[in-house]
Every structure is written in C-alpha cells, then in structure tokens.
Design a protein around this ligand. Structure first.
Ligand code: PBG
Length: 332
C-alpha cells in the first residue's frame, strides 16, 4: 500500500460538514441570547411609541412601555438592556445640566425597570449629547473646543445620578481622557463599589451613528463633528492604548464601536488583553442590514444571525445590537 504524498485524499475537510449533527458538533463558536445587550430609546409621556424612520423597526418608548420591552427582553433570555433618552428640547442646555437631574427621563426609566424587572441588567450611557443644546458629548468653550476636565466633572455627577437611580453598568461613551478612573473613584467614594463600568474604550468618529442621533434628537443640533475626541478610523495601535488606559483606570469590560467594520480591533484587543470585550453594532449597521433585506439582497434572519456570530468569532464576550430581541427569539 502506498501512502499518499499530498494531504488529499486522506484529508477531506468536507467530511465534518456533511451532516447537520456533525456541523453542530464541530461549531467553534455559538451565539446565545445571553450574548446580546439590547439598546432602547426612552421618550416622555405615557403609552407613547415613536417609530424612528432612519431606524426601521426601532421606536422610542415612554417609561411605562419601556418596562414592557424590558420584560420581553428578560423573557427572551437577554441579560441586559442599554438605555438612551430623548430629552425634551426645553430641557437641553449648553451645560447639559439635565444629566444631573435625579428625576430626568433616564433616571425615571431606570427606576421603573428595576422596580418591575429586577432580573435584567441596566446599562446606562454616560455622555452629554442627549442633554446638550449643541449635541456634543462634552462642554464647549467659547472657541468651540470640547473641554476635557470640566466635562469629566459633569460626567461624574451624571454617573452618580444614574447609580443612585439603580443603574447596574455605567458606560461612558464620551471619549474624554481620564474619565474612567475618576468615575470609578467617585463610585467607590459613594458606596457604589459593585456597579460595573463598561468603557467605550475604542470608539471611532464614525459615519454609522446617524440614525442614533435621530433617535436621541441630537442630529439636527450637532454642528461640526466629534473628531477631537472620538478616534480616527485610520488607527488601530491607538485603540490598544485606549483599552490599556481604561483597564488601568478600573473598567470591568471594554467596548469597541462601531462593530462589524471594526472586528480587526476586537481581535487585536482580545489577543493583547485578558479583559471582556463587547462590540456595539451601531445604528447605521442595523439600518444597512434592514435596507439590504428590504432590497432583497439576502434573508433578514440569516443576515442578522451571521453578522452577530461574526462578533463571537472575532472574540467578543457580547454584542450591543438593535436586533437583540429578534435574534434572541430566533435562537430561543
Ligand atoms: C453618544 C453615543 C452615540 C452612540 C452611542 N452613544 C453617538 C455618537 O457618538 O454620536 C451611537 C450608537 C449608534 O449609532 O447606535 N454618546
């Protein structure tokens, strides 16, 4: 008997792909409802649902209805929701002080959810853009610059405000330098040592955030861009520095954002650091998938599950996605 000199035909990788049972057995990665965090938009009123046209299938909900959404999420096995408020225009100001109001929309939503659905985690966004009249995430000086250290003072107040309302995970998305460490210290000093921080560590100045800005009502207000604080899409080494700093400052987990176009960053972070990494599949990515499905470019459910699985393959612990409820139900 002569042994083959080339791997083929002894090695045939199609063998393990030949049957559904075998494919299931050899799957290297799996998507589960507990991998998903569901972002939800809150608005004033009661019984209010406001569809967001640039984000088809996603609505803003008043506090009473957001509680019902949180219940559905928990029932579908989603471990955590992420809240974003659409602040009324008259409550927005240059200094974003509504972020510090213990009865602001965000705090009312946190309390209502924690009262009725205590089993679900609540992640709250820390940044000033839903509260500022200019739509920037930080305070702006008279020359139009975003002021780092003075902004952090407000972010600390915002974090403590959300913590007092019952937030489980504080997620600073503002990209000011040094904010994670100072927020961590303030949480410790105020008896909130068990509240997690998920740092938006590598957050890029992306063109994929448009529909989100419609959802929180900041798109029409924003002048200019966010390039002096959010990262340049050209950079990856810098993302590793951002992540290293946020870990050193006390982050429990780090986030890469946007998602799909930045999976190389997820992989690089995962290879370098022993830290849980989450990705945010952002509004523009969601809208692209919905548009592709509506145009007949692919099957919606298959597109959703394949893209979410790609996050797992890249090394993500979990994904923030507007498809979370739909995907959890498909998986469940
Ligand atoms: C702002 C914030 C943004 C998103 C989450 N938090 C937008 C921005 O930075 O302008 C985007 C999320 C999405 O597009 O789904 N602090």
């Amino acid at each position: 008997m002569t042994l083959p000199s080339a791997p083929y035909p002894a090695l045939r990788l199609r063998r393990t792909r030949a049957h559904a049972w075998s494919r299931a057995m050899f799957a290297e990665n799996r998507l589960h409802p507990s991998d998903l965090i569901w972002p939800l938009f809150v608005t004033e009123g009661s019984g209010v649902e406001e569809p967001i046209s640039s984000l088809p299938g996603v609505s803003r909900w008043s506090v009473d209805l957001i509680v019902a959404r949180a219940k559905e999420a928990a029932q579908a096995g989603i471990p955590c929701i992420a809240l974003f408020p659409n602040t009324q225009a008259e409550r927005r100001s240059d200094d974003g002080k509504e972020a510090l109001n213990p009865d602001n929309l965000m705090c009312r939503a946190i309390r209502a959810i924690k009262d009725s659905v205590p089993e679900i985690g609540v992640l709250t966004d820390v940044a000033l853009d839903p509260y500022t009249a200019h739509g920037q995430d930080g305070l702006v000086d008279d020359q139009g610059r975003i002021v780092n250290d003075a902004t952090i003072e407000v972010l600390i107040g915002q974090s403590l405000n959300q913590a007092a309302a019952g937030a489980d995970i504080i997620a600073p998305s503002d990209m000011m330098d040094g904010r994670v460490g100072l927020i961590r210290a303030a949480l410790e000093e105020n008896g909130h040592q068990d509240i997690q921080i998920m740092a938006y560590a590598a957050k890029y100045a992306s063109a994929f955030y448009g529909p989100f800005r419609d959802a929180v009502g900041s798109r029409g207000l924003l002048k200019g861009d966010k390039k002096t604080y959010q990262m340049d899409p050209a950079n990856s080494q810098e993302a590793l520095r951002e992540v290293a700093l946020d870990i050193a400052e006390g982050a429990d987990s780090v986030m890469v954002k946007p998602g799909l176009p930045y999976l190389d960053i997820v992989r690089a972070v995962k290879e370098r650091f022993a830290v849980p990494v989450f990705a945010y599949q952002v509004s523009g990515e969601y809208a692209m998938i919905e548009a592709a499905a509506a145009a007949g470019a692919g099957d919606r459910d298959a597109l959703v599950l394949e893209t979410l699985l790609a996050f797992k393959r890249a090394g993500c612990t979990g994904v923030l996605t507007y498809h979370a409820l739909h995907a959890a139900r498909l998986l469940g």
